[in-house]
Design a protein around this ligand. Sequence first.
Ligand SMILES: [Zn+2]
Length: 392
Amino acid sequence: MMKLVLDPGHGGKDAGAVGNGLLEKDLNLDIARRVAGKLAAYNVDVALTRSADLELTLAQRSKIANKLRADYFCSIHTNSGGGTGYESYVFTGAQEVTENLRTVIHNVVASYCKNNGFVDRGKKRANFAVLRDTDMPAILLENLFIDHKRDADKLKDAAFRDGLAGAISKGLVQAFKLSLKQQSEKTPVKTAAAAQPSQASSFLSAKNPLAPDYVDIYVRLGQKYGIRWDAVFAQSCKETAFWRFGGDVRPEQNNFAGLATFGGKPGATFATPAEGVEAQFQHWHAYYYGGELPTGVKNLDPRRDAVLKTGWAGTLQYVEDLGGRWAPSEGYGTSIVNHYLKPMLSQQIDRWNPVEEIARLKKDGLIDSDHQPGDPVTWGELATVINRLRGK
Ligand SMILES: [Zn+2]
C-alpha cells in the first residue's frame, strides 16, 4: 500500500507565520488532519509528522518520513510576506517524477483556489530542508497568505479549509491513482439516520417501559450537527442501560453518554435533558468534524478540549471508530452498532390497526358513528367521506 506522510508545518513554540489573529501552525494542522480524514476512504497509509501542537525540527520531519520509507511527503504551510494566493514548491534539484506528481496536485489545488477568487502564483522550486532531506518525492504547499486580509478571512472559514483539504486529497488521489477501499461494512456517521423515530421509541420502551422518551431531541440535534441521530441514541441506550442507569452516573445528571466519567467519578451534570444530549452531540461533532462547532453554538461539552488534543478530532468517519477513543475498549463503537443500532433498526412498527384508524376518522369528523373493521361501505358513505375531505 502507498505510504504518505503529511507534514503540518511548525507547531509548539514555533507558531510559523502570524497574522489577522491566526497562527500558521494551527491552520497547517487543521488542514492536514482534514486531508488525512478524507484519505481514510482510500487505499493509502497516511502518517502525520505531528498530529498535535508539537514542536518538531526540520530534521525530525524528514527523518520520520525516511524511517517510514514513505512513498510521498507533503508539507502543508501557509504563506506570509505581503502577497496573496497559492503556490507550491519542489526541491531545486527535483527529478522528473517529483515534478510530474507536483503538477497534478498543484493544478487541482490551484483550481480550487482560483474558484474562490485567489491567484495561482505558480509551480516553484526551492532548497527547503524538508524537500531536500526527504528520500522520496516531496511537495510543499503554501496555501494563501496569513497576513493578507482577504486570504486570512477565507482561512478562518472552516468550510473553505475543508474544501481546500478536499482539493489536496483529490490531487493526491489523482497523482497516485489511489483506489477507494472496499465498500466498508462500517457505519458512516455523517449521513441521514436509517431509523424512524418510532423505531427508536419502540426499541427503548420494549427494553424499559419506564424510560423517558427523548427521541425528538436526538432527531432535532442530528439535523443541527450533521450526525445521524440513531447512532447517538443507540450510544445513550448503551451508556444508560436503557435509562436504567445503575453505574456511576445518576439519572438527574442528564448525562446520557457518560461524559467526563472515569475512575468512578460521576461525571458531568447538565441543566436539562436537551442540554445533556446536545453536549453528547457536540462530543461526536469534535471527533467527526473537528475544531469548530456550527456558527453561533456555544460549547456545552466539558471534554471538548480533551478530544481536540487527541489528534483524532475531525478525522473519524464511522461509528465503529469510537472504539479506543470515546471509551478505552476497542469494541466500544462496534457494540453500539451491533447491540443497539441494528436491533433498533429491525424494530417492526405496527402500522396496521384498523380499529384505531376508524376511531381517528370519527374523531376528525369524517364519519359520525362507530363501525366494525369488517363492515361493508356503501357508495353513499364513501361519497360523503370523500366530500368531507374535499371540504377540509
Ligand atoms: Zn510555514
